[in-house]
Design a protein around this ligand. Structure first.
Ligand code: VAH
Length: 312
């Protein structure tokens, strides 16, 4: 059985659906602090579960004889800046609980998402290497960097098979993103279809590493299914696909909606975005377990506009 904590989030929703397609609905125990969107809730068993409640997580692991855990519950960068202590508690205590259960051999394999947010202003921004300076300036980035250290520690000291990816900004249509700095890259499609225009909260030329959700889900499953001997990085793998600015994104939308207009009104999230890399070097993921992205910005824009139109 596979347990997903945070199954109703932007990644959790699609991860749950992909794992259910692969292993069967009953093999996946989906949990979150509250219910999620319709398709997810109709796809198989769901339980309300607080990922920071050790006894509750332990009980569900034991009751269902869970062998694998995906901890997708977290507070993202923008929201975390407004609630630092709650962000730290959610992001760290949930991780400690599952690392401890894995150390006690109550389950065998753990996935935990990190982020390009572990990099800061002192990190080289172009082709950011796997090994480089990591001085995050956001609450979220600090928690993700600390979490990477604990994952590596539990692997080295206790042999825990924990695997992690430094996701770039993720673009998806099935579930809304929640409180991220890269969420502009999702909102823009909704607004382009609804209003023909979008007011972006980042600057026109802010270049960020991004990825379409299909690629992110495939990377997660490929990493988790790789032989343990191929997984040589046990803090977290750099993972990349594309990099673009809001201006370039608007251009790709105008290929489908010629009249689309974009305006810029940077807010506090601009400072967060400006502290992150522009392009990621993910050669270690490519060497170790054969990572290869498939979606470009053009593919992403075509997919997003088509799917959102069909849903409207
Ligand atoms: C955020 N989507 O914006 C997340 C992610 C790299 C960005 O960590 O906080």
């Amino acid at each position: 059985k596979i347990l997903i904590l945070g199954a109703c989030g932007q990644i959790g929703t699609e991860l749950t659906l992909a794992l259910r397609a692969r292993h069967g609905a009953e093999a996946i125990i989906a949990t979150d602090i509250r219910e999620g969107q319709v398709e997810l809730m109709a796809s198989g068993p769901f339980s309300v579960l607080d990922a920071t409640d050790f006894r509750a997580v332990e009980k569900i692991v034991q009751d269902h004889k869970v062998e694998e855990v995906y901890l997708m519950a977290a507070m993202l960068s923008a929201t975390a800046e407004k609630s630092p202590s709650r962000a730290w508690e959610l992001n760290m205590n949930s991780l400690f609980h599952v690392l401890e259960l894995a150390r006690q051999q109550q389950f065998a394999k753990l996935f935990w998402p990190s982020s390009i947010a572990v990099f800061g202003p002192s990190t080289p921004k172009d082709n950011t290497p796997q090994y480089t300076v990591t001085e995050p300036t956001t609450v979220y980035g600090i928690s993700k960097l600390a979490g990477e250290g604990w994952c590596s520690y539990y692997h080295r000291k206790h042999g825990v098979d924990v695997r992690s990816l430094r996701y770039p900004g993720l673009i998806s249509w099935k579930a809304e993103p929640g409180g991220g700095t890269t969420d502009y890259a999702v909102e823009i499609y909704h607004e382009a279809l609804a209003k023909g225009q979008y007011e972006c909260f980042l600057r026109e030329q802010t270049r960020l590493p991004m990825m379409y959700m299909e690629d992110a889900i495939r990377a997660t499953l490929e990493l988790m299914e790789a032989p343990a001997t191929r997984v040589t990085i046990r803090n977290s793998y750099n993972l990349g696909a594309m990099s673009f600015t809001p201006a370039e994104m608007a251009e790709s939308i105008r290929e489908h909606l010629p009249g689309f207009r974009i305006g810029y009104r940077p807010d506090f999230r601009q400072e967060i975005a400006a502290s992150w890399p522009e392009r990621i070097d993910d050669s270690k993921a490519r060497e170790d377990w054969g990572w290869e992205p498939r979606y470009t910005l053009q593919d992403t824009t075509r997919e997003m506009l088509t799917r959102l139109r069909d849903r409207l």
